[in-house]
Structure formats: C-alpha cells, structure tokens
Ligand binder design. Structure first.
Ligand code: EPU
Length: 384
C-alpha cells in the first residue's frame, strides 16, 4: 500500500487548479444509465471498477436503474468508518413511487413494474440525505406523473445532478431548495455536462493555505459554494479574497480558535471537519468542533493526538486546545477526509509525518501530493 511522507515546515505559495467535484461526478455518472444515448461528462476523472467497487456511492445506481429498467440490485453498503451509513431514506423514496424493496443475501433489490409520481419526505434527524435526494430524483424523472421531494438536500451537488438531468430532457424544479418537483417524462436523451468544481477539495486547499501559506490562490472554484468555509477561516484571522472563480488566502496577524458545528448545506460541511481540526490543533486557544451529520466521524482525532495535538473527544464534540507545535509521526488514514487532515497536520508539524493507507485520499483528491508540491510543500509518495 502506498504511503505519503510529508516533510513539515515548508511554506506554501502560488496557484492551484481545483478539479471537478467527486460528489457531483458520481451520481452524474450513474444518471447516464437513464439513457441509451451517449453522454459527455467533462472534468470528471475516470472511475475504474477497482475504485468504484470500494465506494459506498455505488448505491446511487439504484435510482436510474429503477427508472429505466424497473428493477435494480446492489450490495447493501453497510457501515463505514465514519459511522452507520443507512439507506432507509432512499428506500422509503422508492417505495413511495411504487417500488417493492427486498433485502436478502446482503443485497437490496428494488422492483417496480410501474413508477408513479408521489410526495416523498426525505427528512431525518440528521437533516436530509444528499445521495438519497439524487437517487429518488433519478428514479422519478421517468415516473408517471409528478413527484414532490419534501425535505430535499440543498447541496450544490444535488443542483448539479438536476442540471445534468434537465440537459437530458428531465423536468425538474426547485433543486437547491428543500422542495424539488419532478414531472415525469417518457424518455431522456444524451447530453453534455461539465461538473461543478469540488468545493471540498477547494476547502482543503484553503486550509492548507491557512496552515502554511504565504499566499495561495485557488482557481476554477465557485466561491458561493464555499461561504461556510470562508467565513470561519476569516473569523480565525485569515485574509480571504474572492474574485470570479478565484479565491486567495493569506495569513493575518494572529490565528484565533473557533467554535464549529457541522450541518447540511448551506452550513459548515462535515466533509471539512477533519481538515479544520488539523488547523485548530495548532491554533492557540480552545476550539470546539461538534459533528451533527456523522456523529462518529472522529477517527482522525486519535491520529492527530499521536502528532502531539491536545484534543478531548466528548461524544460528538472535539474540544481542541491548540499546541504551539505538532510533531511528525507515522499515522494511519482511516477515511478520505481524515487522510487529508493528516497531510495538512503534517505540513505544520516538525519533522516527517508518514501517512499510511493513502488509497483513501486518492479516492477523493486528484493528485493532492503533486498539487501541494507545486505550491512549495515537500511530499513524497512511497510506492508499495
Ligand atoms: N441518513 C439516514 N438514512 C439514509 C441516508 C442518510 O439516516 O437513508 C443519515 C446519515 O446517516 C447521515 C445523514 O443522513 O447522518 C446524511 O447522510 P447523507 O445521505 O446526506 O450522506 P451521503 O449522501 O451518503 C454524501 C457525500 C458525503 C458527505 C455527505 C454529507 C457523496 C458520494 N457522499 O454522502 O461525502 O459527507 O453527503 O454531506 O456524495 C466525502 O466526500 O468524504 C463524503 C463522505
């Protein structure tokens, strides 16, 4: 298994181009199943089978296959390291459209000789569901009649998927709000689409700039999608300017601690929680970070502590007392964003941080080591 060696203490400066959004590209690739015609998706890096089979997001083929073929079977995703990852809301949506759901042998099968538009609620105690909203939307585009998704996820990736479906001929209104209305059509056609910039990759590079940047400028970003990351970084003392599809970050006079709560969009994203913990671990004062989307998503905390961080985990809240200096150590990447956080922590640590199991990071970041090196970091990838 490859590992990454981060030599700490290098200053970052310069420009970085942000890639297409992973969390948009995945359901959009699944949506191409809704038509027999060719589709062209740009800025979507390739998703080889070897990677797809390891991805929980494969569950998003259920909606389009149900819509087009009237049946679909996928292996149940089960839990993952960031916690229990149920799909009950997806299934509730399919059932509302008339599908029968059967779980056996570790698989879930959905079957509907006919899909009929209905009102579907996707609300849960943790907010809505991003992939669930996409899945139900993809099943509903070819249903008979009108579907109303109540309590829909408002994330930009849902809007991007809706825009792709609209380009394929679907009739969808309200994507990006809590209520999405879909009027079923007979069939969809091929379309061309450019996926939105990856707001979490962008947020990760903003934190890299915050941690060890003189001035770092991100290109090909949508600043509107990043407001919930930009405002706490400003509050923490950094200078951030955005202009068109660029955002620059530069240090201020003093870093300040933060109180952060992860919530669904447009609030502060759970996918940025680990990276912010890395920054706050080295920020003077006491920061409090609470996770409201995936309450167990704190696998990075024990690893940050191995690097000298002072963090007290109290249920779904991390109380972080900033230390003046982290120290490099061998650490284990447990999931995608935790791995990114460990690389970020390594940038500001003394000595060398060895991040093991980096396949997690490669699943969601396009050449993060090369991009950081172009900014002035010193990161080596050691091939297994
Ligand atoms: N939930 C349910 N029932 C369901 C579905 C979700 O109770 O049927 C709960 C989950 O347990 C969680 C909350 O609802 O507490 C939100 O989960 P959601 O379904 O929105 O997550 P997801 O769609 O499976 C996507 C991203 C995640 C990101 C979350 C939240 C993709 C491929 N994944 O997951 O991205 O954390 O939305 O924004 O779009 C990542 O990129 O690192 C990542 C994990």
């Amino acid at each position: 298994m490859d590992k990454i060696l981060v030599h700490g203490g290098r200053r970052l400066r310069g420009n970085v181009k942000i890639s297409g959004s992973k969390n948009s590209a995945l359901p959009i690739l699944a949506a191409t199943l809704l038509t027999k015609e060719p589709c062209t998706i740009s800025r979507a890096t390739q998703a080889p089978y070897d990677i797809v089979r390891k991805m929980r997001a494969s569950v998003c083929i259920l909606g389009p296959l149900l819509g087009r073929e009237h049946e679909a079977t996928v292996s149940l995703p089960g839990g993952c390291v960031i916690g229990d990852r149920p799909i009950d809301l997806h299934l509730r949506g399919f059932e509302a459209l008339g599908a029968a759901v059967k779980v056996s042998g570790g698989n879930v099968k959905v079957l509907a000789p006919k899909l009929t538009g209905a009102t579907v609620s996707l609300r849960s105690t943790f907010g809505s569901t991003v992939l669930g909203t996409g899945n139900v939307m993809m099943a509903a585009v070819l249903a008979d009649g009108t579907t109303v998704i109540d309590g829909a996820a408002e994330e930009p990736e849902v809007v991007d998927l809706a825009n792709f479906l609209i380009a394929m001929g679907a009739k969808i209104e309200g994507a990006g709000t809590r209520t999405i209305t879909i009027e079923g059509v007979k069939e969809l056609h091929g379309a061309e689409h450019e996926v939105i910039p990856d707001r979490i990759e962008a947020g990760t590079f903003l934190v890299a700039g915050a941690i060890s940047g003189d001035e770092v400028t991100l290109h090909r970003v949508n600043p509107e999608h990043l407001q919930a990351v930009i405002s706490p970084l400003r509050e923490a003392g950094f200078h951030i300017e955005s202009n068109g599809n660029k955002i620059s970050i530069a240090p201020g006079t003093k870093r300040r601690p933060l109180k952060l709560d992860t919530v669904p969009y447009p609030g502060f994203p759970t996918d940025m929680q680990a990276q912010m913990c890395a920054l706050l671990a080295n920020t003077d004062g006491i920061s409090v970070v609470s996770e409201h989307v995936f309450p167990n998503r704190f696998m990075h905390i024990a690893e940050l502590k191995r690097m000298g961080a002072n963090i007290d985990l109290q249920g779904a809240t991390a109380v972080i007392t900033g230390v003046p200096q982290l120290s490099g150590a061998p650490v284990m990447a447990s999931d995608l964003r935790a791995s990114a956080a460990l690389v970020l922590a390594g940038l500001q640590a003394d000595g060398i941080t060895e991040v093991n199991r980096v396949y997690h990071i490669d699943r969601g970041y396009d050449s993060i080591d090369e991009k950081l090196n172009e900014l002035g970091a010193e990161i080596e990838r050691v091939k297994a």
